[in-house]
Structure formats: structure tokens, C-alpha cells
Design a binder for this molecule. Structure first.
Ligand code: FES
Length: 207
């Protein structure tokens, strides 16, 4: 739905300037779009294509490759319930049914108030802590049905400020000092050592 805001266009241009080729900024800009809307909107992808001088199809191709980029409206809280083998053996399927019943939405869906999206997820690499789920990629290991209900109540009450809305990248924006930039010369046109290597060697020599 939405293109990048004026403020995010400025940030996008700063991000693009870090790379020798505009296209290299596609993934950070997709994160930026997801942070803006909670998902990557079609218009945002078209806007990113304009900013990076690529086709919209190239942006969609990159975006659709990565599971963590959502291309449909996603709840403020994305609940990923693992039902892979370890979790399944220890109640993962029952946990998913409980999550669906508690939130009133089947996996793949979002609650009417836009607060929660539920996903039936593959292994989230916490098999020794089964059954487990994630909320916006924060782990909740060996979670019971009652604990999940408490978690939902806390989220609805705004008590879990440690879990930012879906799409939020970090509390602190990355800033790369000019001396640490990789340089704006495309790799195939670099003559001699890349700028970043020369900078590092200079630092090492100066102790
Ligand atoms: S099977 Fe659930 S985390 Fe691996």
C-alpha cells in the first residue's frame, strides 16, 4: 500500500550511498519498508525499485526469497509456533491449536484488531526447549498453555516493552563512520587494495 515516507526516503538514500552499486541496498531497504508498515507493501517495493534503479520484479524476487520479509499485512505481534519433530513430540501441535483458540484465528491469519498473526513454523533451532514459539522472533521455550495466555494478556496490556512491533529492526540506527565505509567504487573497478583494507592497515600501523 504505502511508498516510503519522506523521512525514510532520506534514510534510504543514506543507506544506498554506502554501497558501490545501488542494487546492493535492496535488502536493507526491504527491512526499512517492513519497519515502516510491519510488512513490505507492493508500493514500497515499487518505490525501492525506483530508488535502486532496478525493476520491480527484481525487488519482488529478492523479497520473496526471504521468509522473514512479509508481503501481506502482519500483526503487531507475529507468533511463530514450532510444530517440527521435537516440538511435535512434546505438544507443539496442541500448543498451536491452543494459540489459535486463544487468539481466535487459524495459522496463516491475523486477528481482526491487527494485533496478532499466527504461523505454523518449521524448526526454530531450539529443539532442546520444546515445545517453543517465538513472538517477533523472541523465544519462549517450553511454554505452557497458561503461560501463553499470560503472555497474550501482557502484550495486550502493553507490559512487554521488550518486544517491539513486528518489523522493528533495532533500537539504535546503524551509523558507519566515513573512515569505515567500504567505498563507492564498484568491486570490478577497484585498482589495488580496497579502501576499507587500506584504512584498516593504516589503523593497525598507528596502533
Ligand atoms: S523442532 Fe521445534 S525448535 Fe526444533
Amino acid at each position: 500500500m504505502s511508498r516510503l515516507s519522506h523521512q525514510n526516503v532520506e534514510l534510504a538514500q543514506e543507506i544506498i550511498s554506502r554501497y558501490p552499486i545501488k542494487k546492493s541496498a535492496l535488502i536493507p531497504l526491504l527491512h526499512l519498508a517492513q519497519e515502516q508498515d510491519g510488512y513490505v507493501a507492493d508500493d514500497a517495493m515499487a518505490h525501492i525499485a525506483e530508488l535502486c534503479d532496478v525493476t520491480p520484479a527484481e525487488v519482488v524476487g529478492t523479497c520473496s526469497f526471504y521468509e522473514m520479509f512479509k508481503r501481506h499485512p502482519t500483526g503487531t505481534y507475529l507468533v511463530n509456533v514450532c510444530t517440527n519433530i521435537s516440538c511435535m513430540l512434546l505438544g507443539g501441535e496442541e500448543l498451536l491449536r491452543h494459540v489459535e483458540d486463544t487468539l481466535g484465528v487459524r495459522h496463516g491469519g491475523t486477528t481482526d484488531d491487527g494485533a496478532f498473526t499466527v504461523e505454523d513454523y518449521e524448526c526454530i533451532a531450539a529443539c532442546t526447549e520444546a515445545p517453543c514459539l517465538q513472538v517477533n522472533y523472541r523465544y519462549f521455550p517450553r511454554i505452557t498453555h497458561d503461560e501463553f495466555d499470560e503472555l497474550v494478556a501482557d502484550l495486550r496490556a502493553g507490559k512487554r516493552t521488550d518486544i517491539p512491533p513486528h518489523g522493528t529492526l533495532g533500537r539504535v540506527r546503524q551509523h558507519i563512520p566515513a573512515a569505515k565505509l567500504a567505498g563507492v567504487v564498484p568491486p570490478d573497478q577497484v585498482d589495488g587494495a580496497p579502501v576499507w583494507l587500506a584504512n584498516s592497515e593504516g589503523e593497525a600501523a598507528n596502533g
